[in-house]
Design a protein around this ligand. Structure first.
Ligand code: ASP
Ligand code: MG
Length: 413
């Protein structure tokens, strides 16, 4: 008997028919002799609809009440799914986050999980029940209902799998797995057999929406084997685990991309030891999240600093800088909108020099201008015009031969 945690996303439970379909999948897993804990998201777009209801009342809803509101979405799904199972003669029980023992820090909107008290879940499992847990929610020490941030049900599932020592965590979703790149944009995108935690973490952080980055981090830290697969089709999904063989000839595993990037340049800053620290302390104190940073010295006395942010934080960023102009002693601020970030990711890079060079070469040949660059051991990101984004991804996908199905090589990276 294996203990398995399954998670079904919003689309997979988006209607009564889909909930029935999920129930039939759970039934199969139970009949195969498995012990099951199932985490579900809110139905379809219902979380968005709840957000919109709040926004119709006020522009500034309190974070506490927002969590109170949003957690109702998952509560609808757990009860309906439990009913669907019971109607099939399967013993099931739904539990909210707090009933399941999900303890989080005392912060609203994006709380981190602190501990899980398994007692209740273990007791229900011991009675042979399927335990259905509301994703994305928890409770703080002072008894407040919290949420884990949008998309947080993945994290709930992985955390439960770690805590309950499940043999795996299966994330069922509306795509068939993790792809070399987003198949909605690039037709030749190919489903991966497997990908390492580190690569997946980069992909998730760089805009591949298939998994919540924090869920991947959790899986890596607690060594939970993760599988992403379709809830609609019975196809093989993608395994996410520690050691993954690199497919033959492949240096990179995938390409992630996101638009909505804005580049801000602060020019004429004094060329002093503490200039960088002063600038970025000011920004971070005002909750401006900065991604790529570039510093240029243009004469003995002055530097220019560019950094990228999301489009939606531009107004706030400009306001913060304006406010601090005297203090920071810069001359001017300019910005460039409608940019995108394209990133190649793969552990094969570590032992293969020239990956970035090849990337720049492909982009140059296609007359795609690179505006910013950032690298880590297993990724290279470039900022380009949003209009060039899809072309850049297609050309890189081609050049790094990601579309080709290759034999799994015997090298482990
Ligand atoms: N329902 C929440 C959201 O839409 C959590 C989740 O689906 O993971 O963000
Ligand atoms: Mg999701």
């Amino acid at each position: 008997m294996a203990r398995i945690v399954q998670k079904y996303g919003g689309t997979s439970v988006g209607s009564v028919e889909r909930i029935q379909h999920v129930a039939s999948r759970i039934e199969r897993a139970v009949q195969a002799g498995n012990e099951l804990v199932v985490v579900v998201s809110a139905m379809g777009k219902s979380t968005d609809e709840l957000v919109s209801l709040a926004n119709q009342i006020t522009d500034t809803p309190s974070k506490r009440e927002m969590d109170m509101l949003l957690t109702t979405g998952e509560q609808v799904t757990i009860s309906l799914l439990s009913m669907a199972l019971q109607a099939r003669g399967i013993d099931a029980i739904s539990l909210t986050g707090w009933q399941a023992g999900m303890k989080t820090e005392a912060s609203h909107g994006n709380a981190r999980i602190e501990a899980i008290n398994n007692e209740r879940m273990e007791a229900e499992l011991a009675q042979g029940k399927v335990v259905i847990v509301a994703g994305f929610q928890g409770i703080s020490e002072d008894g407040e209902i919290t949420t884990l941030g949008r998309g947080g049900s993945d994290t709930t599932a992985v955390a439960l799998a770690a805590s309950l020592k499940a043999s795996r965590c299966d994330i069922y979703t509306d795509v068939e797995g993790v792809y070399t790149t987003d198949p909605r944009y690039v037709k030749k995108a190919r489903k991966l057999h497997s990908i390492s935690y580190d690569e997946m973490l980069e992909m998730a952080n760089l805009g591949a929406g298939v998994l919540h980055p924090r869920a991947v981090e959790f899986a890596k830290n607690y060594d939970v084997p993760l599988m992403v697969a379709s809830s609609m089709e019975d196809t093989v999904g993608t395994m996410i685990e520690e050691e993954v063989t690199m497919e033959q000839n492949l240096i990179i595993r995938g390409i992630a991309f996101e638009n909505d990037v804005t580049k801000v340049t602060v020019s004429g800053l004094p060329n002093r030891l503490n200039t960088l620290s002063k600038l970025f302390t000011t920004l971070s104190e005002n909750q401006v999240n900065v991604d790529i940073i570039i510093q240029n010295q243009y004469d003995d006395k002055h530097v220019n600093i560019s950094f990228s942010i999301t489009q939606s934080s531009l107004k706030e960023t400009l306001a913060v800088l304006q406010e601090a102009q005297e203090e920071l002693q810069f001359e001017d601020v300019t910005f460039e909108e409608e940019l995108a970030k394209v990133s190649i990711v793969g552990s094969g890079m570590v032992s293969n020099p020239g990956v970035a060079a090849k990337m720049f070469d492909v982009l140059a040949k296609n007359e795609i201008f690179v505006k910013m660059v950032s690298t880590s051991e297993i990724k290279v990101s470039v900022v380009v015009d949003e209009a060039d984004m899809v072309l850049a991804v297609e050309m890189l996908h081609e050049e790094f031969q990601l579309a080709e199905e290759t034999e799994e090589a015997a090298v482990t990276v």
